[in-house]
Design a protein around this ligand. Structure first.
Ligand code: IPM
Ligand code: MG
Length: 353
């Protein structure tokens, strides 16, 4: 099969981890007789440096004309520390999600037995954890009207959700739950926020009309944050809005031992983008210490999306074997660590063997 992939390496460690994901995809090409093309484009701080715009028109065109998008990381400290910056790298990613209508972000949390000791949680809390977060990605407080600080020292961000925006992501989350452990937890703040009360009523109604067989429960986001540490094995599918999903997925990621392991798929009705959940880790840039696994697992999710299930599983198996052989970057293998490049090569070689 031939597939065209747009590649946005982005900032910080982005180019290093993307190089390893491409290496692994090339191993898949060879082993399974596919052909993949890779078309690179600029987004983020690198795009601002080159063009003044974090998401140049050309990048949007390239994303639209390929079959899927593989993305590395975004962000640069020179903007983080400047609250007055007129343009920020992250605007590129947010604008791309919006432009391509990538409304559903899927973030699976997988536990590797070998890494349980790297987790900040105790073994008995972690065993049996297998959850996935469905995060709404193109609405809520991220995209509501913003007012930057005015002369009175006031700034605001509006959190808006419509029934349609909730329904389309909720359908996908219910369908996922039905294929997994059949449980969906809606995480919101319905005791305080009107938009959360809308989430509750829309999801409750959808549940009783179309997904009665899925067990549905609700958690306020503060309680959910606590439950994620106390008893993460209780979760199957978590459905939540944009901001809560951003926060809870970073929290969930470290249960497995490192944020460098968590992949994600951002999907809409027409386009799909695959991205690790972590940031650009500027302190790690160029040092060969960035964990490429989250990006490689994102590439596996892309293969799932292409219906190359066996190929995607081959990547996941190779990662499992790599971890079981104690091959890993310093975040998961502090005593005997490998470089970003060595981890990518190890995984590719297992696929090719
Ligand atoms: C993520 C990231 C982004 C977000 C940033 C880089 C804009 O944290 O994908 O979780 O907040 O959505
Ligand atoms: Mg985040």
């Amino acid at each position: 099969m031939h597939k065209k992939i747009a590649v946005l390496a982005g900032d910080g460690i982005g180019p290093e981890i993307i190089t390893e994901a491409i290496k692994v995809l090339q191993a898949i090409e060879k082993k399974y007789n596919h052909s993949f093309s890779f078309e690179h484009a600029l987004m983020g701080a690198v795009a601002i440096d080159a063009t003044g715009n974090p998401l140049p028109e050309k990048t949007i065109e390239i994303c639209k004309s390929n079959d899927a998008i593989l993305f590395g990381a975004i962000g640069d400290p020179k903007y983080d520390n400047d609250p007055n910056a007129k343009v920020r790298p992250e605007q590129g990613l947010l604008a791309l999600r919006k432009t391509l209508n990538l409304y559903c972000n899927v973030r699976p949390v997988t536990i590797y037995d070998r890494l349980i000791e790297s987790s900040p949680l105790k073994r008995d809390r972690i065993e049996g954890v297998d959850l996935v977060i469905y995060r709404e990605l193109t609405g809520g407080i991220y995209f509501g009207q913003k007012k930057e600080t005015d002369e009175k020292g006031v700034a605001s961000d509006l959190c808006v959700y419509s029934k349609e925006e909730i329904l389309r992501v909720a359908h996908l989350a219910f369908k996922a739950a039905a294929k997994r452990k059949n449980k969906l937890t809606l995480v919101d703040k319905a005791n305080v926020l009107a938009s959360s009360r809308l989430w509750r009523s829309v999801v409750t109604e959808l549940h009783s009309s179309e997904y009665k067989d899925v067990e549905l429960d609700f958690l306020f986001v503060d309680n959910a944050a606590m439950q994620m540490v106390l008893n993460p094995a209780q979760f199957d599918v978590i459905l939540t809005g944009n901001l809560f999903g951003d926060i809870i997925s970073d929290e969930a990621s470290v249960i497995g031992g490192s944020i460098g392991l968590l992949a994600s798929a951002s999907i809409g009705d027409r386009y799909a983008l695959f991205e690790p959940i972590h940031g650009s880790f500027p302190q790690g840039k160029g040092k060969g210490i960035a964990n490429p696994i989250a990006t490689i697992l994102s590439a596996a999710m892309m293969l799932d999306h292409f219906d190359m299930i066996q190929e995607a599983n081959a990547i996941r198996d190779a990662i499992q074997k790599t971890i079981n052989s104690d091959i890993g970057t310093p975040d998961i293998s502090p005593n005997k660590s490998s470089t970003t490049e060595e981890v990518g090569s190890y995984i590719s070689n297992i696929i090719l063997a």
